[in-house]
Every structure is written in structure tokens, then in C-alpha cells.
Design a protein around this ligand. Sequence first.
Ligand code: PHE
Length: 344
Amino acid sequence: MKQELETLHGKALQELGDVQDTKRLGDWRVTYLGKKSELTTLSKQMGQLDAESRPAYGQMLNELRQALEGAFATTKATIEEAEQNARLASETIDITLPGRAIEVGAVHPISEVVREIEDVFLGMGFSIVDGPEVETDHYNFEMLNLPKDHPARDMQDTFYITEELLLRTHTSPMQVRTMERMHPHVPIKVLVPGRVYRRDEDDATHSHAFTQIEGLVVDKGIRMSDLKGVLEAFAKALFGEHQRVRLRPSYFPFTEPSAEVDLVCVHCQGSGCRVCKETGWIEILGSGMVHPRVLDMAGYDSEIYSGFAFGMGPERIAMLKYGITDIRQLYQNDLRLLRQFAGV
Ligand code: PHE
């Protein structure tokens, strides 16, 4: 009988030696230590033994059970450790791999210039407002002293949507919308950036869609010298303290008198070059005193109030500032150009 137990012991340990995973270890346990195992069967048969040999046999069975349980525990620990190590190895992340660079966007040069100009005028107490790009003939023309048969309407070729609806050709309709909204309060000091549209052929200096920034000031006693002072402060803030502005007589139906405003050429500082066509000056905006008829139509009595207005093109200013020679480059979104403005 002792022999029998030793054979069982040997067989069990040998099989355990081949076990390499938890599933087969479980099977082994059922086979050698479970309710239907040989060991259990032998224990149950102990009753058939005579009383004399029972204690010694019982002890042998106990020792065998303990030995097998001990072997099981050791193997279990070994297998679990091996399995854990395998798992860790397969889940390892190589933290020395270089990461993928994230491309960071940049502010577009036009937006950059618009923001810079907004900052300057905010500093002078202007509010920034915006208005509709789909505008009515009424605000785009009529209320700006441009009745239907007015020859100056040809100055701006218009994209019409219907007889009365159009894509605004300039930001000036916001002069009227602002006065109507503010009436009867003064002072009015607003800056209006926005997109405008004209039926132009695109070339190096023209685009059918571009940006404008409108300015409007209305109060009692506003004079042409206020216009010049504000624009000179603006020019200095944007292009440097040495800057000066020059006003040249011009014509717009909604301002009287009207003036075109020039900067000292930013390339040659006024000595004359190709950029300024040897004049030493560069035109940057149109302006004037708000026409009395425009004030009256918008509800501000021109006998009491006066104002000035101006309109400029940020594209042109961006081109001057950054030395861009073709306006189309500002719309093509070529990354080679845009990347140069990352971090400006
Ligand atoms: N709206 C004019 C244009 O687009 C510019 C302008 C604005 C002129 C305000 C005078 C006053 O050409």
C-alpha cells in the first residue's frame, strides 16, 4: 500500500513538472487533490482497513496530501510570476520613442493687421462693431447719398442678389446703421472691420472679396483736424513714431470734404522708390467729413452735429508691412507663406 502511495506521489509530481499555465494547473488540482481524485478515494476506503494499520496509513495519506498541496502552491506561485512577467513585457511602452509633432496654427496676416488696428483704436476709445455682409441697396447706397441714378455708383461694381439685396461693396453702410442704432446719443466712435465684395477681376492689387475697416466719429464740434489727428496717431502706432500722414482732396458721395490719406513710403522713408512710384508717399485710405445729408438722413441734425469717417484696406496695410507684392498671396493659404507668420 505504501508502494501504491509512492507511485501516486511520483506520478503527480512528474505531471506537475509539465504544467506551465494556470488552466492546466487547475486541471492537475482536480485530478490529484479533488473530490474524485485517487487520494480522496483512498482516504474513503480507509474504513475497510483493520484498526491496527489504520493510523499509520492515515498518516501516510495526510503526508501525501500535504506534499501535493505544497507542490501545488509552489508551482502556482512560479506560474503566476511567469505569467505576470510575460504580461508586463508585452504591455511595455517604449517611452524613448520621439513623439509626433503637433502643428500649431497661426493667426493669418490679415487678421493680425486687423487686430493690431483694433488695438490702436480701442486705445483711443472706439468700440468695435460688425455688420451684415449681405446688405440692402438702401444702406449700401441710398442712405450714403448715392441715389439709384448717381454716376458714382459705377465706382463700385456690385454683386446684386435681388434688386434690393446685394453683397456690400464697402463697410460704409455701417456708418448709417450705427447712427440709427445710437440715435440720439453722442459721441459715436466706432470701428467696423469686415469683408466686402466687388465685381473686380482678380489681379496683383484687386480681389473680388477683401477686407475693410470703417471708422466713424460723430459729435458736436468734430472738425477735419480731429480726423487728421486720429489718423496720424494711428499711422505712428502702426508704422512708427516717425510716420506722418498727408491729406489729398478727393471725392466720395458720403463725405464732404473728402480726402485720400497717404503715409510716408514705408520702403524708402519718403526719398522715392518703385513701391511709391517715386512720390515718397503711399495711399492707405479714403476719408472725409460725414456729408450733412448723410447725417440728416440718419437722424443727426447737421446744423448741430458733425463727424468724420474713414475706410481702409487691411490687405494693403499687410502688404506694406510684410513686403507682400501680390494680394492673391493673402488668399491662397499657401503654408509656405502662412508659416512665416506663426509667432508674429
Ligand atoms: N467706402 C469708401 C470706399 O470703399 C471709403 C471711405 C470710407 C471713404 C469712409 C470715406 C469715408 O472706397
